[in-house]
Each structure stands twice: as C-alpha cells, then as structure tokens.
Design a binder for this molecule. Structure first.
Ligand SMILES: *Cc1c(COP(=O)(O)O)cnc(C)c1O
Length: 380
C-alpha cells in the first residue's frame, strides 16, 4: 500500500489493529508536518518540558514523579528504566508471563544486573503465592543478593492480559520492594497507582494508547530515583539520569530527539486530555472490544483468556479449528484492516486485535461485518 493513499480522506484507508503504531488522527498527522526546529533552541526546550509535565499529569496524582523523554521505541524506555534503576548490589525479581516480561529478564542478563526471573505460562496470571515464596526464599538465605526491586509488565500484550497490579503492588509495598513497571501498552488507558503499588518507575511510549507517532518514549520515575547518585548505568545513551539532569535543568536533551514526533505527541496529548483522559480512552477501547467481541462470538470464536482478565487495549482470540492466521490476516488486509499474529507457541493458534488509534464508527461497523463473514465460512 502506498503511503500517500492513506491520508484519511474519503478513500478507504488502512486501519491499524496491531498493538502500535496506531492509525493517527488527522490532527496528529498534520502536526508531523508542522515545521523544522532545531532541538537546541529554546522553543524545543520549552516543548520538551511541556511534554514531560503533561505525561506526569495523565495518571495524576503521581506525587513526586518526574518524566523524561527519549528517542526510541517502547523497548528503549524499558531498557533505559532497567539500566538506570535496577541496582547492581541487590537483585531484581522479574515476574514474567509473556514475551515482554521475559524480555525484561533478557535485558537484565545483558546488563549483568543481579536478577531472578519467575516465569509463568503465557496464558497464566502472575501467581502471588509464587512471588511471595520467591521473596521468602531469598530473605531466608537462598542464593544471591537480597531482592529489592520487582519488574513486571502491566498489560502483557502477548495475550492481552491486564496483570493484577493491585495484588503485586500491595506485595511490593508490604515488602518494601521498588516496582519497575513496563506500562508500554497501558499508559494512558488503564489505571496506574503510584503510592499503593510502591511504584518507583514506569516506561511507556508515544505510539500506543496515547496515539502519537512512533519514535519517542518516556520514563516516569520518583524524583529521588532520578536524583540518587545510582550505581552507574551500563549504558551511555540510555542513562536516564543524564536526561533528567538536562531536561529538568533547561529543557534540553543529551541527544537529538525526533522533533516532529514531539509535535505529534503534543497534539496527541491535547486530544487525550480533551477526550477526557485515560478513563475516557479506556471506555472507548472497551466499547470497541465489546463490539468486536459480539461479532466474534457470533462466529463461535473464543477468547484466549477471559475478557474480565483482559485489558481494554487488546484482546487475543483463538483461531477456529483448521483456520490459519495468514489467510485471515491477508483477507482483512485486502479490506484495509491490519490485525496481529500471536508470538512463539501462540503463533499458530491465536490472532490479536488492538483497539487503539483513530478508528471511525463506519470502519468498526465494516470490521464487525467482515470478521464473522471470514471466520464463520469454514476452512477454504
Ligand atoms: C509494544 C510493547 C513494548 C515495546 O515494543 P516496541 O516495539 O519497542 O515499541 C514493550 N512492552 C509491551 C508490554 C508492549 O506492548
């Protein structure tokens, strides 16, 4: 598909139902072309400070938190958070129940930071009993340095599961563990608590629930984490204290930020606020999920995990017996819809539909007619 025929005019456009990047609204797309600024001039410094302030306010009150913005996708923000805040002299417990949780374990391994990974089946919820047992084991003299940090994914996009952060966060509070949260696919659309979850830092991106363009990501952290001298960061580019120092001193960044992507994020944040903030966005996603869910239920398609355990942002659906992902993907793509495959062992058994971005009512109607028509037809 050419890039030019996708400008949101009257012609049918491509609608992205993958978990980011999302279909941009006309205002956000227009902002990308707003002009050429030097990132070392005061107007861009002012924009950076403005973005950081808005980002901290979205899930307010996150008292005592500050944001820093960096160039890179969500993975860059997660890796920067771990490189900057996972300690070298004590250990981080990674609770993993999908691709993104396991990736945090791989990052800590690559960084040489002490950690343990508590793995779960991808379709399973994190098990508070197993987390408690892992913490007790170390506290009672099991191998390795004491556990002081816990890293987990909020919305595990692998399966659409919204992990129960009230339970995990309560444990972090009780045990005095600093929570490091991958909120890449939940920030801006699911509830996030600072105090109650003992949150130390979270990582997220412009181009998922905030509906910005890809290229900028950000980390929110408690001010004391940014200001602690730290134990050294295993990275120069991803050292968040450098960003904090520069962006919160005069607004400048240590490295070039994608200026036009920042314009787009500014426009996206304005739309997010005007629409009613994260709760309103969550509601929009839930309505889309309910419509799509009814259409799929009509074709006998089952959800991978119970809807009440899923995020509003994305749902995973079981492919009917004998049906392949590729044929469904290709048929929908011909109709202008891009869905997403499962990963790993789920690649052959599920498909995923995200509810983010600019999806017009007529497009949702068309999708909800096409899905059952394609899936109820039986194997070709
Ligand atoms: C999308 C996503 C990421 C990061 O992916 P990028 O491709 O680097 O933007 C990390 N964690 C979760 C939970 C995600 O959904």
């Amino acid at each position: 598909m050419s890039r030019a025929d996708d400008t949101g005019g009257t012609a049918e456009r491509q609608v992205l139902l993958n978990p980011g990047p999302v279909t941009l609204t006309p205002a956000v797309r227009a902002a990308l072309g707003a002009g050429d600024w030097c990132h070392r001039e005061p107007e861009f410094a002012a924009l950076t400070r403005h973005l950081n302030e808005r980002l901290v306010a979205i899930h307010g009150p996150l008292d005592g938190f500050r944001a820093v913005t960096l160039a890179g996708s969500g993975t860059a923000a997660v890796e920067a958070m771990l490189a900057s805040f996972a300690p070298a002299s004590s250990a981080t417990l990674v609770v993993a129940n999908g691709v993104y949780g396991e990736r945090m374990g791989a990052m800590l391994r690559a960084q040489g930071r002490p950690h343990r990974v508590l793995t779960h089946a991808w379709t399973a919820a994190p098990d508070p009993g197993a987390i408690t047992a892992a913490l007790d084991d170390v506290a009672n003299g099991g191998d390795g340095p004491p556990l002081t940090h816990l890293a987990v994914v909020h919305h595990e996009t692998t399966t659409g599961r919204l992990n129960d952060l009230d339970a995990i966060g309560r444990l972090c509070r009780e045990r005095g563990l600093t929570l490091l949260l991958d909120a890449v696919s939940s920030f801006g659309a699911e509830r996030i608590e600072g105090e109650a979850w003992n949150l130390g830092a979270l990582a997220a991106t412009a181009n998922k629930c905030l509906h910005g363009a890809p290229g900028l990501s950000f980390v929110l952290a408690r001010r004391d984490l940014f200001e602690a001298s730290g134990e050294g960061c295993g990275s120069v580019y991803l050292d968040l204290r450098r960003y904090y120092e520069a962006q919160h001193r005069d607004g400048f960044s240590p490295f070039t930020l994608p200026v036009q992507v920042a314009f787009a994020l500014d426009a996206a944040l304005a739309e997010h606020a005007a629409g009613g903030g994260w709760e309103a966005r969550r509601q929009v996603y839930l309505e889309r999920a309910a419509r799509i869910g009814r259409a799929l239920a009509g074709a006998g398609v089952q959800p991978l995990i119970p809807p009440e355990e899923s995020s509003a942002v994305l749902r995973a659906w079981c492919l009917p017996e004998g049906r392949g992902y590729a044929e469904l993907h290709d048929a929908l793509r011909d109709d202008g819809f891009v869905i997403y495959a499962g990963q790993g062992d789920l690649a052959r058994s599920i498909f995923r539909i995200a509810h983010m971005g600019d999806i017009r009512p007529d497009e949702l109607d068309r999708l909800c007619r096409r899905l059952p028509a394609l899936l109820a037809r039986g194997p070709a």
